[in-house]
Design a protein around this ligand. Structure first.
Ligand SMILES: NC(=O)C1=CN([C@@H]2O[C@H](COP(=O)(O)OP(=O)(O)OC[C@H]3O[C@@H](n4cnc5c(N)ncnc54)[C@H](O)[C@@H]3O)[C@@H](O)[C@H]2O)C=CC1
Length: 342
């Protein structure tokens, strides 16, 4: 007979003062768990575990429209895994992703080898593709599942040493893998990407790829090449994609972006002189790029959901989770207050 399942909903955000007071101890706790396998195994027994199935996170519907992540404790999960025919070793495949504000270690576990419907039934949730889940979740929950999925994916695709072909072994936290034949330690990787909102003083430049949904425009983005600085990558990408030379580069913010794989997005503003703003699009990279006025951006920022089939054509922008949205919002705010971006 199964014990009643206790689903732990992610805690609401705590007041700033409390977050700050516990921050140092939480960071040191996570760091210790990454270094000490025994401590990590013990923390797993008392931790919160976010389930994934074939890299899709388990979500709970809170009402008709909204979803939240759900986490189980090890003691809730163990009987479920056993009931579904898994031995006790599966739990140890959990990877550490952080520590809650209640000082509880947080882990992710992919149960892709178990029957999806059976896990959903026993856990009272639904596994949702990350592309959908990322935009259904609010606040800190979206980056949390993105981080968990990225780490689980990295382990699934780095089981062997690229030098010797021998299997690699992970530490308990999952913060690295080790090949004992070549004594090589492998760490999870992100690809650096620069994303830039170019302004000519009164307008900003957005582009769209042919693969984007109809009407979606975004800031220009591109992967950094080996050996490049961010500034070099930014200048090169803008030159390649739209034939412009930018100046006045300023940093805005950054984010981990899980699509299609882990990118480390560094978001910047930059400018061109209004007398040198003629766009020359490389159509092998972009379908279109053009300048947008503040009025056009203000309208586009008000479109809160992608247009549906049959709706009138409308220009819309990446959602608030995307750092591109932050760049565009920052630019619009500065324009409204009479200052250009960078
Ligand atoms: N979070 C946000 O606000 C936004 C995120 N992005 C992300 O930025 C990234 C780059 O954007 P785009 O250049 O438009 O992407 P893209 O997917 O069009 O990639 C461009 C080219 O870069 C090369 N490439 C792919 N993966 C690479 C890697 N890991 N390292 C080096 N080169 C690689 C390939 O030749 C690919 O054709 C994408 O992951 C995209 O999802 C793009 C716009 C907004």
């Amino acid at each position: 007979m199964l014990r009643p399942l206790r689903i732990l909903l992610s805690p609401p955000k705590c007041p700033l003062t409390r977050c700050c007071s516990g921050y140092v101890s939480r960071m040191r706790f996570v760091n210790r768990l990454q270094e000490d396998d025994d401590a990590c195994a013990a923390a797993l027994q008392n931790g919160r575990i976010f389930l994934f199935h074939s890299l899709s996170p388990l979500l709970q519907r809170t009402n008709r429209e909204t979803f939240r992540t759900s986490a189980l404790t090890a003691s809730d999960l163990q009987p479920i895994l056993k009931n579904l025919g898994s031995d006790g070793s599966l739990l140890k495949e959990s990877v550490l992703i952080g520590c809650s504000e209640q000082n509880q270690a947080e882990f992710c576990l992919d149960v892709g080898q178990l029957d999806q419907a059976a896990v959903e039934e026993q856990c009272g949730g639904t596994f949702v593709d990350l592309r959908k889940a990322f935009f259904l979740l609010k606040g800190a929950e979206a980056p949390l599942v993105a981080k968990g999925q990225a780490l689980l994916r990295w382990h699934q695709t780095n089981r062997f040493c690229s030098a010797t072909g021998q299997p690699t072994q992970r530490n308990q936290a999952g913060s690295h893998r080790f090949c004992s034949s070549s004594s090589t330690t492998y760490y999870p990787q992100m690809s650096p990407v620069v994303i830039v909102l170019v302004s000519d003083g009164t307008r900003c430049l957005l582009g769209r790829q042919a693969s984007f949904p109809r009407g979606l425009y975004s800031a220009l983005a591109g992967f950094c090449n080996m050996g490049e600085t961010l500034e070099e990558a930014l200048r090169r990408e803008v030159a390649e994609e739209v034939g412009l030379e930018v100046q006045n580069i300023s940093y805005s913010s950054s984010q981990h972006w899980p699509f299609p794989h882990s990118s480390f997005m560094v978001a910047c503003h930059a400018s061109v002189s209004p007398t040198h703003s003629q766009v020359d699009v490389d159509h092998s990279e972009l379908e279109e790029a053009r300048w947008f006025s503040l009025d056009e951006i203000t309208c586009a920022l008000q479109v809160k959901a992608p247009p549906r089939r049959g709706d009138l054509p409308v220009i819309w922008l990446p959602p608030p989770h995307a750092v591109a949205n932050r760049l565009i919002t920052e630019w619009a705010g500065l324009q409204r207050h009479g200052k250009d971006g960078p």
